[in-house]
Design a protein around this ligand. Structure first.
Ligand SMILES: *Cc1c(COP(=O)(O)O)cnc(C)c1O
Length: 391
């Protein structure tokens, strides 16, 4: 099969950066060692594998220390953390929730589980996240004020929350978004699922809003198998998050007394044990991902067709997923590259389909999406690992 000269050039540079290899190079590979085995074995030995146990508390304490959040609550996965987080932020049936059109489907689904309507926003080229300038203009156009709350005058529905997402680990302009949200009295719930280890002006992502969430799915920076967390600085919200994620049971004695309809959303001890071992290696993972990103940045700097996306100014990105961007949006070229790079043993993928184009969300409210539509035809993810990923 003859491949294009651009694909060939990229493949040669993958080889330079990632080194020789016999297997296909995946987009992500989790990293485990002896510590993971030891921690998991100790759960099996003690019998504490399920929803209580010392590792859950340890994992939460260490997440608080690492992120600087006053409270971290370990949850079964990031989607459930977002579901509960939006509930705690006050999102209820019939509301609208603002979120980027460029995100994983979980962001929209979590709002839908509450009977709320996802309302999609445009992106910005530097961060790939919500564009604060476009957001403010848009809200000035569509927002009505009803007794201090913001109503979408086109639908008559209350806009109760906004979910900024830190795309591929690159921090969004969260301070600007917070200011706008405050002006319109809209709660901020950060989707920091991809950004453990990413900082905005030195402050960890997920700790700016009323609540934030993390994910520890197998493809994230560190994994607990399946897992997530809610971050908040508000002691009352933290107490409610703990209570509601453990079936809203009031005491630990004999009595099965539940004072609300709760969820069974707390992270099991087995998963938290894996998480504690993974947190031990997080600094090393972040350091190697940064080194890999620097190497990519350097080889791709000489291209006239595309560039490597580096962290936005005043931020530290965890470089969860490495991203190339075509200077000229070109869907056909993007598709050709995806086929040729994947066939050559390098797993690459385009960004998610825009959420507003999925069948269940195609009638949902949307701001104009010129940048998101352009980005969907120009960006793709490249492998985040191999030689540099290994120690
Ligand atoms: C991974 C991810 C989630 C969901 O996390 P899970 O743990 O897989 O449920 C939510 N939002 C974004 C942006 C993600 O990338």
């Amino acid at each position: 099969m003859k491949i294009s000269s651009l694909s060939q050039k990229i493949i040669n540079d993958f080889l330079t950066v990632l080194g020789p290899h016999s297997n296909r190079v995946d987009l992500h590979e989790p990293e485990f060692g002896l510590e993971e085995k030891r921690y998991l074995e100790s759960c099996l030995d003690t019998g504490y594998v399920s929803s209580v146990g010392a590792y859950v508390t340890e994992f939460e304490n260490r997440l608080e220390k690492f992120t600087g959040a006053k409270h971290a609550i370990a949850i079964v996965n990031g989607t459930s953390a977002l579901h509960l987080g939006l509930y705690l932020a006050g999102v209820t049936f019939g509301d609208e929730v603002l979120m980027p059109a460029i995100s994983f489907v979980a962001t929209a689904n979590a709002a839908s589980y509450l009977g709320a309507t996802p309302h999609f926003l445009d992106a910005e080229t530097e961060t790939l996240g919500i564009d604060p300038v476009a957001l403010e203009n848009y809200l000035n156009n569509i927002a009505d004020n009803d007794r201090g709350f913001t109503i979408n005058k086109l639908t008559g529905k209350k806009i109760s929350a906004i979910v900024p997402m830190h795309t591929f680990g690159h921090p969004v302009k969260i301070n600007e978004i917070l200011k706008i949200a405050e002006k319109f009295n809209i709660a901020v719930v950060e989707d920091a699922a991809e950004s453990l280890g990413s900082f905005y002006f030195g402050k960890h992502t997920g700790t700016f809003g009323k609540l934030g969430i993390l994910s520890f799915n197998g493809n994230k920076t560190i994994t607990t198998g399946g897992g997530g967390a809610i971050l908040t600085n508000d002691a009352n919200l933290a107490r409610s998050a703990r209570h509601l994620s453990t079936t809203a049971r009031l005491n630990d004695g004999f009595d099965f007394y539940h004072d609300q309809i709760g969820w069974n959303y707390r992270m099991p001890n087995l998963n938290a044990a894996l998480g504690c071992a993974q947190l031990d290696r997080l600094p090393s993972i972040l350091q190697r991902k940064r080194a890999l990103a620097e190497a990519y940045k350097s080889v791709f700097s000489k291209y006239s067709e595309l560039k490597f996306l580096h962290e936005p100014v005043n931020t530290t990105s965890n470089y969860w997923l490495n991203t190339l961007k075509l200077f000229n949006p070109n869907e056909k070229l993007l598709n050709e590259l995806m086929v040729e790079l994947n066939n050559s043993g390098y797993q690459c993928r385009p960004v998610w389909r825009l959420l507003n184009t999925l069948p269940m969300y195609k009638k949902n409210p949307c701001s104009p999406l010129p940048i998101a539509n352009m980005l969907a035809k120009s960006i793709f993810n490249i492998p985040r690992s191999y030689r540099l990923w290994k120690k």
